[in-house]
Design a protein around this ligand. Structure first.
Ligand code: SF4
Length: 401
């Protein structure tokens, strides 16, 4: 089945996960086909046999937040951008099975050739953060910024965790994409195009307000009062014309439903319980959590930091639980703690499970391409411009404490 994700003009209706079809959202799409039962004891063997039968025709990408039962079959693991690049570097693979969420599969489709099929094992594996910025909302916000007379000195920058339509918007409006690894250089580049960080230009940062704020304040030295939040449900995003005129960072009101749940209390409690513990968190956490941590950085940075840590050291990690558990298993000589016991897995990432992977692989063996993600040609071209602007940026120095 081939499915496209152009966003229509109407507001999305709220649908339950996995029920009916909501083409405006990453949520709520049917999963066609008969899934094997999760209780089938032969699932691992079936996945292995199907993967072997497909050989080099298939390339399986596993995001760091995926379940162990899925990760064991990944040819490569990584964050969303690394995986999209890995896919682009495998032009011989006919089928790219993306074990991650929808926006990641879209990015892989943009960066791979047209004769490669990018497949998302469960179409209901969306991202709540990406869903928080719909293209119609962003177009509407931009029109209001134009009316307020500030759009011409505002550069839109979107986090990788956004729909292809938002990336294309940035491509059309002289903006760029960034990742959590290069957000600082991307923001410097954006400000440089409108007079520099010390000037009066602005950045519209989407969709994660926390990554935008943390990078602007801790990386670029802007003040918290240089940042305003744009709530797409309110006129002028809930701001006065004066506040918009004075702002340097216009932060879209979006967040990650996993990282946004960590609290400063969690940091304080863990420090009390484990004296000398190092706290390391992802920049999608709130500013309060990030400023109370010892280290902040992307998923790849967190993995590298724990790999390089001295035996016997203790670490409290604020990122997705599947990854933290794998880090704890991989480093029995270090104390690895999850920052907050009640924060759970990323529910949409977890929709990709072994039954879905088996179903996808066996369908490919049988000659059917299920759940193909296709980004239309115009969106691809414009999104590619924004991605290429990011790729042209100088490498960012590793994050610091
Ligand atoms: S962890 Fe957060 S940003 Fe990542 S896919 Fe889940 S909801 Fe989206």
């Amino acid at each position: 089945m081939t499915q496209t994700f152009d966003e229509p003009a109407a507001s999305p209706a709220l649908l339950l996960l996995g029920t009916r079809t909501d083409p405006m959202s990453e949520r709520g799409v049917d999963c066609p086909g008969d899934l094997p039962a999760a209780s089938d004891p032969g699932l691992v063997e079936r996945a292995r046999a199907a993967k072997e039968a497909l050989g080099d025709r298939v390339f399986i990408l596993g995001h760091h937040y995926q379940r162990d039962e899925v990760i064991q079959f990944a040819d490569v693991t990584g964050d969303s951008f690394k995986l999209a690049r890995d896919a682009a570097n495998r032009p011989g693979a006919e089928f790219i099975v993306f074990c991650g969420v929808h926006f990641m599969a879209e990015s892989a489709d943009i960066l791979t050739s047209d004769n490669q099929a990018v497949i998302l094992p469960d179409m209901a594996a969306g991202c709540s953060m990406a869903d928080m910025a719909g293209i119609n909302q962003v177009e509407d916000a931009w029109a209001q910024l134009e009316e307020a007379g500030v759009a011409s000195r505002t550069v839109p920058v979107t986090y990788m965790n956004s729909t292809a339509a938002i990336k294309a918007f940035c491509g059309r409006h002289e903006g760029a994409v960034c990742t959590s690894s290069n957000a600082e250089v991307a923001l410097r580049w954006a400000f440089d195009t409108v007079g520099g960080v010390a000037g009066d230009g602005k950045v519209l940062f989407m969709p994660d307000q926390h990554l935008g704020r943390n990078t602007a304040v801790l990386g670029l030295g802007l003040g918290l009062d240089d940042c305003i939040v744009w709530d797409p449900r309110k006129p002028l995003g809930g701001n006065t014309p004066e506040a918009i005129a004075a702002a340097r960072m216009i932060l879209w009101k979006g967040h990650c439903s996993v990282h946004g749940r960590f609290r400063k209390d969690n940091v304080d409690t863990l420090r009390e319980q484990v004296p000398g513990i190092n706290i390391i968190v992802h920049p999608e956490c709130t500013h309060e959590v990030v400023t109370s941590a010892d280290f902040v950085g992307s998923t790849e940075y967190i993995i590298a930091a724990i790999d390089a840590a001295e035996p016997g050291t203790a670490w409290g990690i604020g990122t997705e639980l599947n990854l933290v558990r794998r880090l704890a298993d991989a480093h029995p000589d270090k104390q690895v703690h999850f920052l907050e016991d009640t924060v759970c897995f990323c529910s949409t990432m977890n929709r990709i499970d072994l039954p879905h992977l088996v179903w996808v692989l066996e369908s490919l063996v049988a000659g059917t391409v299920p759940n193909r993600i296709v980004v239309d040609a115009v969106t691809q071209e414009q999104a590619r411009i924004a991605l290429d602007r990011m790729l042209a940026l100088p490498a960012q120095q590793p994050e610091k404490d």
